[in-house]
Design a binder for this molecule. Structure first.
Ligand code: AMP
Length: 487
């Protein structure tokens, strides 16, 4: 049986599972760990609280998991020396804060009867808690609060003989969003859920296959893009090459549209679309839908920049950097407490007073969730002397929570689920507020007739409430409660 060399101690603590993640795996390369660290660095925007790498070498798995950024933890040769082997998988994650979350840092590892298995997951299961409850009742002992561990437990319990069949057996029981990269003693396996909600792509470097969340992770190491892993596809990479398996009944492909709006890096290509171009087109479309006369178009940096360029192009109003961003702070959402989140908005942005003073400005941001950012920035613009402040959001109002791995808050905290557009306008203190329509979003993505209600090309549940999977945990509050007692 394989052994694991762990770099960390895992304290037991149960909290709310949260996932916003990036994954990377490379099979059969002499620099596997270093390349994985670089890939994870390129995916850092997908999760900034923790990172981990597991490698396999000569019958042993090696794992290093750390709280914090990849560049703070995985650039040291000493740590890379602890990760020998020519196959590696890695994970960056946004989870709860503090060392107490260390036990949830992925890749997770289990020593199974048929050998060791490391698992990295981007996404979120919608029946993970229900399955977990059943497993706990049957005697499984969970070490983490992550739904990813549920999959490990299911693999461990499967009666199938091979690791691939056991994995498929466990995937049949789960529902929700997932892109997994798995490392075993024999292979590296990647799989994308039947709707393809979270991204997973295949690349190649020096003949070694790579599975990762975004193309920017290939660019950083000079790897070539091969193709996207399809919805419901499993890719098994061994020494003899690559095998594609389609184990699930076919479901329509519905990648998450929020990847294009906010989550993915603008230099990535997703589903054949440049994320940057999509954002620019969202801005162009919104300028057509909701024009207004003003002196300047100002992006809320950084994520609002491509959309603001698009808005300024189409409206023929000068684009200016009226807000300067301090790059030495993370994304606003990363701090889970509302009080700290508000504080970090001030840390992050400052008005470029000389541009703004006396002007009518149009602020462009990619999304509005709780309204924290917009409220602060509108106030900041007024304090800097802006005469009028018009807010333009290049996404529709977010009315429904995401259960698939993007950390949007519960419904009550989503401003647009509780307030009308005019109430939101008044709440954030803007002179006008407009959102991109759902049809406008689709038009910008290349669907001239807008959203096809019967067969939407994306999952847009945050805006429409049309979830592509079952929501077993979410519709079963009692189970939640019972489970938190169990834990
Ligand atoms: P809020 O300030 O709560 O209205 O959130 C909107 C701001 O957060 C926008 O500037 C977005 O760019 C950004 N944002 C949207 N979704 C997320 C997310 N899941 N994680 C982190 N930031 C986000």
């Amino acid at each position: 049986m394989s052994k694991i060399v762990l770099g960390d101690y895992y304290p037991v603590y149960y909290g709310k599972p949260k996932d916003e993640c990036g994954i990377f795996g490379i099979y059969g390369h002499s620099d596997a760990a270093a390349l994985t660290a670089l890939g994870l660095h390129a995916l850092q925007h997908r999760g900034q609280e923790s990172a981990g790498i597991v490698t396999f070498d000569d019958g042993l798995f090696h794992a290093e998991r750390r709280m914090g950024l990849v560049s703070d933890n995985f650039t040291d040769n000493k740590i890379l020396a602890c990760l020998p082997g020519n196959t590696a998988i890695g994970h960056v994650r946004y989870s709860t804060t503090g060392s107490s979350a260390l036990k949830n840092v992925q890749p997770l590892f289990a020593d199974l009867s048929i050998g060791g298995l490391a698992l990295a997951h981007n996404g979120n299961l919608t029946n993970g808690l229900t399955l977990r409850e059943n497993l706990v009742n049957e005697g499984s002992i969970f070490q983490t609060t992550s739904d990813t561990e549920t999959v490990l437990q299911l693999i461990a319990k499967s009666k199938e003989k091979s690791i691939v069949k056991r994995f498929i057996d466990s995937l049949y029981q789960i529902d929700g969003a997932y892109a997994f990269v798995t490392l075993t003693t024999k292979n590296m396996i990647g799989v994308r859920d039947p709707s393809g909600i979270r991204p997973l792509i295949l690349g190649i470097l020096d003949g070694s296959y790579i599975l990762t969340s975004e193309t920017c992770a290939l660019d950083i190491i000079g790897a070539e893009f091969v193709r996207e892993v399809e919805n419901g596809e499993m890719i098994v990479i061994t020494r003899s090459g690559l095998e594609s398996i389609k184990p699930f009944p076919v479901r329509p492909k519905r990648p998450c549209i929020f990847e294009y709006i906010y989550f993915a890096r603008p230099d990535s290509i997703l589903g054949g679309h440049s994320v940057y171009e999509c954002r620019r087109k969202f801005g162009q479309e919104l300028a057509k839908e909701s024009p207004i006369k003003a002196d300047l178009v100002i992006p809320i940096p950084d994520s609002g920049v491509p959309a603001a360029i698009g808005y300024a192009d189409t409206s023929d109003i000068p684009f200016e950097l009226g807000i300067i961003r301090n790059h030495y702070v993370g994304r606003t959402f990363i701090e889970p407490q509302q009080s700290i989140r508000a504080f970090s908005v001030k840390l992050k942005h400052n008005a470029n007073r000389i541009l703004v003073d006396g002007k009518k400005v149009i602020l462009v941001d990619d999304s509005l969730v709780r309204g924290t950012t917009s409220t602060k920035i509108v106030r900041m613009m007024r304090e800097a002397g802006a005469q009028q402040v018009h807010m333009r959001i290049t996404a529709p109002p977010i009315k429904f929570p995401d259960y698939y791995g993007i950390d949007t808050p519960v419904k009550d905290e989503l401003l647009a689920s509780n307030k009308s557009i005019d109430e939101i306008r008044s709440y954030i203190g803007a002179d006008s507020l407009k959102f991109l329509s759902v049809d406008g979003l689709y038009r910008a993505m290349g669907f001239p007739c807008g959203r096809n209600a019967k067969h939407p090309a994306f999952t847009d549940h945050c805006f429409t409430g049309d979830y592509p999977t079952g929501l077993i945990d979410q519709s079963s509050k009692e189970k939640f409660h019972q489970l938190s007692l169990l834990s």
